[in-house]
Design a protein. Sequence first.
Length: 136
Amino acid sequence: MPPITILREQAKYLEQTTRGVLSTSIETTSSQTSPYSDVIDLLTRAQGANRPAMPSGDGLFHSFYVVAPALNDYRFQLLRIWHTINLYPVLMAREKAPAKWDVAHDQPEFLEKLKAVFSHDDTVRVVRALISQSRS
């Protein structure tokens, strides 16, 4: 399944879970090279011979935002991902930890890492704060 499809499913789930108090936005842009080619090189070296190298070349860059319509459409960028047209591997980072880039080499690993992002204490704290402020 393409990473964008998985992100859209997560977006729909978040909107349903918050009963529409929060919405989401996923912005997609294309790139001739990864905007983080130096990070890709670093991660490729760190992964060693046991993992396939990160690709280079044309790719898609997706940014996932949590939106609070009641707060003048305040947007919080939860995560960013980049992948080539081949879908996997995916380079991903949480917005609150921009230096903590990670690689998901296939769909099961991507799902596992997304689960970690969405259940992370920082994510839960931000979502709760946005819901609370949206209802006041």
